[in-house]
Design a protein around this ligand. Structure first.
Ligand SMILES: *Cc1c(COP(=O)(O)O)cnc(C)c1O
Length: 476
């Protein structure tokens, strides 16, 4: 399988190359050259299979020749047979006749990002061994990516990680899950500013010639294709349990960077019958506005009780615009350039029309989010996290509006464990969710992080000073 850039001018890469590159050299994001398609019979054949088997079958066409079938199956078996606390990996929980939760938080850091990042850590290790190279990961996190990425690579020989988080803007649990991991290859940086500031430093570093001369940079944000690929799996796994391909399913996805819900789009492209993908946003609703009115314009970030969705711009939306717009890299480059200049642009009619078939943007404010937490607790004793609650609130609204057939099950992605956001949960339902035993003594362990000023240079200099170096040890 070949991977091409959304901006049209970076060289095409194979799966191994796209996994190690992260962002394309022309500033675009990698996508497979075409979508692999499963027949109904192929989908039916996966019914009843274990998660790790569904994982390796769904990922196989994307991986192509980069791994043998046996290698891929072994990695899936290690990751999904070993790193999750539930043998179903991503179990479904029923809420009422039409609504279900897909619990994606049974990994080591209690959020859905573990599902893909545990896989990505193994892929990095395999590919870097093979190439005899090292990789320096620089990432920005609004909380959950950072902890999941650090847990996925801590202790690996060939990878080091610099993770930026906006100081004071991630929850205590999220921060401690990053800063209490002690490993010589892990560097936590707390910068002054917002998540978008941190993310823009990371983007700039990828384009900085000085940095690239010394370091072989890699990405763990959802700009990395391999992450999205690993997330396609649970759409299949859930839909199979409802009888796919013979029955449709709708999904409601708490959305920030548009990675998770884009994986749902990929599943649909591959032939999984998906009725609707509800793009659930909090009051930082650029996506809801873009999908509803075609107006894609950034506004300031409003902090909410769902910090992992507090973003101004969603990087993966570019992948959708590229695919819907006929995969015209030059046109998309122009569109994104005009967005960068004005912080605002219009979707084309073709892009809007294409999105309307599958996506529905729904927004939930703080009160609606709290009400969804209360509803789940009162009607079925489920304590859900605020991000999940945004998704559930959006699912209820979509059903109420008649946007989803009453006979179609609606699966809300439960993206985090409630204990990651105990204050907001306690305020809404009056119960403080306890951390599961598997996270251990999180609040007793010492924290390690470096606070830095908000300017780009401070971050760049820190990384250059503290990196063990990577280009030096290889010839590429
Ligand atoms: C990252 C995250 C999201 C948003 O996912 P995207 O792929 O960025 O859209 C939602 N909920 C939680 C708990 C998250 O950690």
């Amino acid at each position: 399988m070949e991977y091409i850039s959304t901006r049209g001018s970076a060289p095409a890469l194979d799966f191994e190359g796209a996994t190690l590159a992260g962002l394309a050299s022309d500033g675009g994001l990698y996508l497979p050259r075409d979508w692999p398609k499963f027949t109904e019979a192929q989908i039916r054949n996966l019914r009843g299979a274990e998660y790790s088997v569904v994982a390796s079958e769904v990922m196989k066409p994307f991986v192509g020749d980069a791994l043998t079938e046996a290698e891929l199956a072994e990695i899936c078996d290690q990751v999904y047979g070993g790193s999750f606390s539930h043998s179903g990996v991503t179990p479904l929980v029923q809420l009422d006749a039409q609504n279900w939760l897909l619990e994606l938080f049974h990994g080591p850091t209690l959020a859905f990002k573990d599902v893909a990042l545990q896989m990505l850590g193994r892929l990095f290790e395999t590919f870097l061994e093979r190439r005899d190279q090292r990789l320096t990961i620089v990432g920005a996190t609004s909380g959950d990516t950072g902890s999941a990425a650090i847990r996925a690579v801590a202790g690996l020989d060939r990878v080091e990680i610099f993770m930026l988080h906006p100081e004071g803007k991630v929850s205590d649990v999220q921060r401690r899950q990053m800063t209490t991991v002690r490993s010589p290859n892990v560097h936590n940086i707390a910068i002054e500013g917002s998540f978008d500031d941190a993310q823009s430093h990371v983007k700039r570093m990828f384009a900085d010639a000085d940095v690239n001369q010394t370091l072989n940079l890699g990405a763990v944000n959802s700009i990395n294709w391999a992450r999205l690929m690993a997330q396609v799996v649970y759409y299949f796994y859930a839909a199979l349990q409802f009888g796919a391909p013979d029955r449709k399913v709708a999904f409601s996805v708490p959305t920030g960077n548009f990675g998770d819900v884009f994986a749902g789009y990929v599943a649909a492209k591959m032939g999984l019958p998906i009725e609707k993908l509800v793009v659930a946003t909090n009051v930082n609703d650029i996506l809801q506005r873009a999908l509803t009115t075609g107006d894609y314009s950034a506004r300031g970030v409003t902090p909410t009780i769902t910090p992992s969705m507090d973003i101004q711009v969603s990087s993966n939306f570019e992948r959708l615009l590229f695919d819907l717009g006929g995969r015209d890299g030059a046109a998309l480059t122009e569109q994104m350039r005009s967005f960068d200049a004005a912080q605002s642009m219009q979707l084309t009619d073709v892009q809007r029309g294409g999105a309307r078939d599958l996506f529905l943007g729904v927004r939930a404010d703080q009160e609606q989010t709290a009400r969804a937490m209360q509803g789940a607790y009162q009607s079925c004793g489920q304590i859900i996290d605020p991000h999940t609650a945004v998704g559930l609130s959006a699912a209820h609204d979509a059903i109420k509006e008649g946007a989803i057939d009453p006979l179609v099950p609606v699966v809300t992605l439960a993206t985090a464990h409630a204990a990651k956001f105990p204050d907001a949960v306690e305020r809404a339902v009056g119960v403080r969710p306890g951390l599961p035993a598997r996270v251990g003594d999180l609040f007793g362990r010492e924290e390690h992080f470096s606070p830095l000023a908000g300017d780009y240079e401070a971050t760049r200099d820190f990384v250059l000073q503290h990196a063990a170096g990577s280009a030096a040890s290889s010839s590429s």
